[in-house]
Ligand binder design. Structure first.
Ligand code: AMP
Length: 283
């Protein structure tokens, strides 16, 4: 049965009792409006651990656009049904006041990892992510925490956070879950019209074309072709880059390093991100 927790105090109490019984805990942090992508993390956490704790919190400190925060979909009742169906054990769903008594003054910096891709366009975003994830790690002290490859840069940032602050836990990155047309699942997809959902599938097609042609042409040419293709589909690309899958720095030549193509683009008013590993590898 899904047990709903609203306060830090109750969460700490639950965790204390689980630890006394030597239970392993899988943590799945989310902002709600759950879809198959989120649920794939819950399933993996259930497979690997004795209990699964999912958190739902739309974290204000990671939004640099107040409008975006306001528009973020909140679907509590439906999310609870999804988690019950997945036999998730605990749902931590605090209010903003429960998480932040005051505006945090601590800021995180991740150097070259955050001066690229999303970090370039979303000032302060990863500091906000690191703050909320640190709080969750303290409260839940998970055995393993689960994140999606969909937010690859976020995963690299959290890896750094765990290493630099010596959080005693393991991280697991789960693959991107896609719609049948290739569109990466995202809570933001709900804001797309039916036509825009079809249009948005071109993001994945563009990434796939880079992967398929990687041995036939120079990377800058492939990227330019993919951008031209997207522009012809009326998609406004913010960035499309091929980067090293670990340090996220731009790769100009395909020299067999672990490369990933990353994109952020607007379909209508909605900003979407996606990425695709260009060479086969396992973390
Ligand atoms: P969010 O609620 O958007 O903050 O996402 C919560 C977690 O779910 C993050 O670790 C995301 O990377 C992951 N996630 C979001 N969409 C997908 C997807 N399509 N496939 C796999 N994981 C996802």
């Amino acid at each position: 049965m899904l047990h709903l927790i609203r306060t830090q105090a109750e969460l700490r109490d639950v965790v204390f009792r689980l630890k006394q019984k030597n239970k392993t805990i899988g943590l799945v942090p989310t902002m709600g409006n759950l879809h198959e992508g989120h649920l794939s993390l819950v399933r993996q956490a259930k497979v690997d651990n004795d209990v699964c704790v999912t958190s739902i919190f739309v974290n204000p400190t990671q939004f640099n656009d107040a409008e975006d925060l306001k528009k973020y979909p909140r679907t509590e009742a439906q999310d609870i049904l999804h988690l019950e169906r997945e036999a998730c054990d605990f749902l931590f769903m605090p209010s903003a006041d429960e998480v932040y008594t005051d505006n945090p003054c601590l800021l995180f910096q991740f150097g070259s990892l955050e001066s690229v891709l999303e970090g370039k366009y979303r000032d302060g975003h990863f500091s906000g992510v690191a703050t909320i994830v640190s709080k969750l790690f303290h409260w839940v002290s998970p055995t393993v925490a689960y994140f999606g490859q969909k937010d690859l840069q976020q995963f690299r940032i959290i890896e750094t956070l765990v290493k630099d602050l010596s959080f005693p836990l393991q991280l697991k990155m789960c693959p991107i879950v896609r719609e049948n047309n290739g569109l990466a699942m995202s809570s933001r997809n709900n804001r797309l019209s039916t036509e825009e959902k079809t249009q948005a599938a071109h993001l994945y097609k563009a990434l796939t074309s880079i992967k398929e042609l990687i041995h036939t042409d120079e990377l800058p040419n492939l990227i330019n072709q993919a951008k031209a293709y997207l522009s012809a589909q009326n998609i406004n690309v913010e960035y499309l880059e091929v980067v090293d899958a670990y340090n996220l720095q731009t790769i100009k030549e395909n020299k067999k390093q672990k490369a990933v193509a990353c994109i952020a683009a607007y379909v209508g008013e909605v900003r979407l991100i996606d990425n695709l590993f260009l060479n086969h590898f396992k973390e």
